[in-house]
Design a protein around this ligand. Structure first.
Ligand code: AHG
Ligand code: MN
Ligand code: MN
Length: 342
């Protein structure tokens, strides 16, 4: 049996990088995750269901648990002293820590504190999604310019899913590993070593109610998924929970594709690049899958705004490649009009 903390230390030693700072940062993520897990589990009892009465930067109503989760992560990361700034779905501006921590901590965390929060009341899995960036230079407070102009490198992508069991799954670029939380002793234990997504699955996950607004390439792909061809597992089956992280987690384990496309009205789709798409893209690639905006790799999209959105096509390699081929064939005009300069 190996715990999360033991595993991270081993990894750091393997790469001759054992200052312990990253281990401590991940430990802090785990601490906040445990607290949020407790709050999510007790939500119906503790009068923390429902709306906070405020609206976040995306114009979405904030649930009480969105705010609670955000506060817990900020508190744990500040107290842990390894994180210089936080980019969160729930904060319009970068949360920049001051003093010695803000100057000298090496890491910046981008966070969706609670993904799928519209599913809280109905006992459906929700999660925390995170990307960890390493500052190229320390010794000064974090600036927006540093974040948007190449001053940081992606070093980790991951999530914590609060489901029938709670799990942390992450990658630092050396494969994907999953840790299941044992609530009896309060420890994350390595349960899914070196996770891989199959090249071809049979699940497609998309909010098909928006069909009429989808680009032609996406419409063709949906029809392709529904055709009868046992040689390629078709017709596939639809599964859509409506929390990216739950849909992604299932498809990672079972094989499949998740699509949240752009539309003419919202060409960049709904999902946020820095704290939703980049973490899962890093995980998908490390698990042998693919992640694109329909035309190019998610991990190649330049970050121009902290709350930037992007379409997302992610999952089993062959399925994403097929969807990309149909986008290239039928939605070149969509690309030219809405995406070329992004
Ligand atoms: P969040 O709860 O952080 O705002 O994210 C919700 C996102 C994502 O998790 C999910 O896949 C998507 O919204 C679902 O959107 P639709 O309801 O438009 O399908
Ligand atoms: Mn989200
Ligand atoms: Mn959220």
């Amino acid at each position: 049996m190996k715990t999360l903390v033991e595993f991270i230390w081993e990894q750091q030693e393997k790469y001759g990088n054992a200052t312990g700072e990253f281990s401590r940062l991940m430990n802090d993520m785990g601490i906040a995750g445990k607290i949020v897990n407790r709050d999510v589990n007790r939500a119906g009892l503790a009068e923390i269901l429902g709306y906070e009465g405020t609206v976040n930067v995306q114009g979405e109503s904030q649930k009480k648990l969105d705010v609670i989760a955000n506060n817990e992560f900020i508190k744990a990361l500040r107290n842990g002293r390894q994180c210089a700034a936080i980019i969160s779905e729930e904060n319009e501006d970068v949360v920049i820590f001051d003093g010695n921590i803000g100057m000298n901590a090496k890491y910046i965390v981008a966070l969706d504190p609670l993904d799928g929060s519209s599913n809280i009341e109905v006992n459906v899995p929700i999660g925390t999604i995170f990307a960890i960036y390493k500052r190229k230079e320390t010794g000064k407070l974090v600036t927006l310019d540093e974040i948007l102009n190449g001053g940081i490198d992606l070093v980790c992508g991951g999530y914590i899913i609060y489901g029938s069991s709670t799990m942390m799954v992450y990658t630092t670029g050396d494969g994907v590993n999953g840790f299941t939380y044992d609530p009896t002793c309060g420890i994350f234990i390595l349960s899914h070593e070196n996770m891989k997504i199959s090249d071809l699955g049979n699940i497609y996950s998309i909010n098909e109610a928006n069909y009429l607004y989808f680009p032609e390439g996406v419409k063709h792909y949906i029809k392709y998924c529904q055709e009868d061809d046992p040689g390629t597992n078709r017709p596939y089956t639809t599964r859509y929970i409506g929390s990216l992280i739950s849909d992604f987690h299932r498809n990672l384990l079972r094989g499949g594709i998740y699509i949240y496309p752009g539309t003419k009205k919202n060409p960049q789709g709904k999902l946020r690049l820095m704290y939703e798409c980049i973490p899962v893209a890093f995980l998908a690639e490390q698990a042998g899958g693919k992640a694109s905006d329909g035309f190019k790799r998610i991990l190649d999209i330049p970050i121009k705004e902290i709350h930037q959105r992007t379409p997302l096509f992610i999952g089993s390699r062959i399925m994403v490649e097929k969807a990309e081929a149909l986008m290239a064939e039928y939605s070149q005009d969509f690309y030219e009009t809405f995406m070329k300069d992004k």
